[in-house]
Design a protein around this ligand. Structure first.
Ligand SMILES: Cc1cc2nc3c(=O)[nH]c(=O)nc-3n(C[C@H](O)[C@H](O)[C@H](O)COP(=O)(O)O)c2cc1C
Ligand code: SF4
Length: 644
């Protein structure tokens, strides 16, 4: 076996977990109105069960009274039938499963309940519509009983254990944090008093469910607040919980509410621009100090070889893998067998869709996250031509080929990848190269015929006369109508990204401060050029939805010394640089040896139409039809590949 440390069994309490892989708890936005376990969520778990040693469910609320935000519930016996189906989805396939139990507290902006109201974070800085309400001690005892009853239901439903959620800004977490818990009764004032709420929950569960029913604990082992939880206090809390009966510690880190989770040192869900495995030092610190129970590490663990070395080096006892399981259902299965894994690119689309948009999860690289749309074999094989081997064309080709169609995939370049080739050029977009490699290897090992270096025309299509044509030729870089845009100084962002190695010591102006412009600017800056971004709007990446990512990229641009000209229009590109004008009408000239156009992409309606008229059954997908993200291209490629 390739990763022998990762596939060693380990004990959690009295339960043997067959390997060190934990599928991390993840809410996928699939909630029933009555908060019973949704079938889509059960499908999501079933599709991934079998090879992970342990699956931890998304947080399930123990009370409907404190916090109204919709979740999966476990606060009444009527939930038990759904909970049973959820537990069976994992157990029938050979994974152990723990139910994560939580109470929202301050995490519900509409109906927040907190240990101490009126402290700065909840008073002046509170942005939610509700006002934080301080819990009375009788209410705390009531919630404690609700946690215990929730665990009793989990046991009855067949779960192997529960995980108490003491992380983020949820209720248990707030009790642990000196900044947030300023109570002077038995629940605050001293370390022991702040521990009373979670300790009472654990001892209550032990009394009702018995010592053999494990209770894990996920908590902010580092809480980046003044008077928050530093590494030392994190160890003290974990040790206390271990002494009081929890069966494992699952680390997590968190920052002040007004900062995205990625903007501090121990980012718990690192984004595409950050390194992987960001919170491992926290796990290792816990592991070095706590001997009684296993420690679970989490945070950007994507690669089985890295997971294996975390275990091998004694940095943690188990690894929790989250997004990598969204990107590839078979992450654990393929790790065990050394098979190819579809890489998560840490783009944050999944989390954004669930937590910000409020919809069911989607993924940029996995078009079938719920595992409900496995392509079915066709009984009428067709000849399919796909023009354009970008992510959309490749996905359509692989899907159609898996279904039994004869597929030829054409590309004008000498290699497959489309815009992923320039998109993966910067080394700070860590997993994009992995995705490019993955696509190329998938094509190579499939029955798809890849025809490279051919600029296909509608006449060629007519001649070949396929049964189905899929046009995936990509978008065209927008060339704004600026005087001098044809100057020899001007290159596209794609060219600049791919050929960045040829440039250093230059003055470069990038026109366009969207994500492509910003990534290109940073890439060129890191190659030793002086780079200025000129943007018409008053902010970089203003239209980017995922602020989590754009804030990090902005910080990286600042750290690298990239100059910004915001609210500025380029009026002319000259032989010596660009002429610009600000909103007051003041003009000046920026000297440049190279000008990069990064003003976005447009669709190609005429080109698409010409192709489509060459074949009776035809489709256009991806940027050539409507510019979008990898996610749209992959999902359309999958849809059309499944449909034909
Ligand atoms: C869509 C999504 C939903 C999540 N929901 C939960 C949750 O319900 N409970 C929890 O403890 N963590 C939740 N997390 C955090 C993950 O469990 C995990 O800690 C985090 O994604 C970092 O791991 P990763 O880098 O492997 O994704 C969620 C993460 C994502 C991406
Ligand atoms: S949406 Fe992005 S971050 Fe989320 S699992 Fe898919 S590739 Fe990873």
């Amino acid at each position: 076996m390739k990763y022998k440390h990762l596939f060693q069994p380990v004990m959690i309490g009295n339960i043997e977990i067959k390997n060190r892989i934990v599928m991390s708890p993840m809410g996928i936005g699939a909630y029933n109105d009555d908060e019973t376990a949704a079938e889509d969520y059960i499908s999501f778990i079933r599709a991934r069960a079998g090879d992970p040693g342990l699956i931890i469910t998304t947080g399930s609320r123990v009370t409907a009274k404190y916090g109204k935000f919709k979740l999966m519930g476990c606060y009444d016996d009527c939930f038990i039938p759904g909970m049973k189906r959820l537990a069976r989805a994992a157990r029938d396939r050979g994974s152990k499963i723990f139910l994560q139990i939580l109470c929202l507290g301050g995490a519900d902006p509409d109906d927040p309940f907190v240990p101490t109201a009126g402290i700065p974070m909840y008073q002046d800085e509170w942005e939610g519509p509700g006002r934080p309400v301080e819990l009375k001690d009788e209410q705390i005892r009531e919630i404690t009983r609700e946690f215990v009853q929730a665990a009793r239901r989990a046991k009855e439903a067949g779960f192997d254990g529960v995980e108490l959620f003491g992380a983020e800004d949820f209720l248990v977490s707030a009790f642990l944090c000196p900044h947030l818990n300023r109570r002077t009764d038995e629940y605050g004032g001293s370390f022991e008093n702040r521990m009373k709420f979670p300790v009472d929950i654990v001892s209550g569960i032990k009394k009702v469910c018995g010592d053999n029913f494990p209770v894990g604990f996920k908590f902010n082992s580092f809480y980046d607040l003044p008077d928050g939880i530093d590494l030392e206090l994190g160890v003290k809390i974990a040790q206390n919980m271990a002494d009081n009966g929890v069966s494992y510690i699952h680390e997590w880190s968190f920052a002040k509410l007004d900062r995205p989770m990625s903007m501090f040192k121990y980012s718990p869900m690192p984004s595409l621009y950050q390194p992987r495995n960001t919170t491992i030092p926290i796990a290792t610190n816990l592991k070095n100090n706590i001997k009684e129970v296993p420690i679970i590490a989490v945070g950007g663990i994507l690669k089985p070889e890295e997971a294996d070395s975390i275990i091998k080096n004694g940095e943690a006892d188990l690894v929790a893998v989250g997004r990598a399981f969204i990107a590839d259902h078979n992450w654990a299965y393929s790790s065990k067998r050394g098979l190819r894994i579809r890489p998560c690119i840490r783009c944050h689309v999944c989390h954004h869709e669930v937590a910000v948009v409020g919809k069911i999860v989607v993924c940029s690289v996995n078009p079938d996250v719920l595992g409900q749309n496995e392509p079915v074999k066709t009984d009428s094989q067709k000849n399919v031509i796909i023009v354009g081997a970008g992510p959309g064309g490749i996905t359509a080709a692989l899907t159609a080929s898996k279904r039994g169609h004869r597929v030829a995939l054409y590309d004008k370049e000498g290699q497959a990848g489309g815009k992923l080739v320039p998109g993966s050029a910067p080394d700070f977009k860590h997993e994009f190269t992995d995705l490019l490699r993955y696509f190329r290897e998938e094509i190579k090992s499939s029955d798809v015929e890849l025809v490279k270096d051919i600029k296909v025309t509608p006449d060629i299509i007519k001649e070949k006369s396929p049964d189905v044509l899929i046009v995936a030729t990509g978008g065209l870089p927008v060339a704004p109508g600026i005087k001098g845009v044809g100057s020899s100084l001007v290159v596209t962002a794609e060219d600049a990204l791919v050929n960045a190695g040829d440039h250093s010591g230059k003055n470069i102006v990038v026109i366009g401060g969207g994500d492509v412009g910003c990534e290109t600017a940073l890439h060129l800056s890191r190659k030793g050029n002086d780079v200025t971004i000129v943007e018409m709007l008053d902010e970089l990446m203003k239209k980017e939805e995922i602020k989590h990512n754009s804030m990090i990229l902005m910080k990286m641009l600042e750290d690298d010394g990239v100059a910004l000209c915001l609210s500025i229009t380029v009026t002319e590109i000259t032989g010596a640089g660009v002429k610009i004008k600000d909103r007051t009408g003041a003009c000046k000239e920026l000297q440049a040896d190279m000008v990069v156009l990064a003003a976005g992409y447009s669709s190609q309606p005429d080109g698409v139409q010409a192709f489509r008229s060459a074949c009776k059954e035809s489709y256009a997908i991806g940027d050539c039809a409507a510019p979008g993200r990898i996610r749209q291209a992959v999902s359309e490629g999958f849809r059309i590949g499944s449909l034909i």
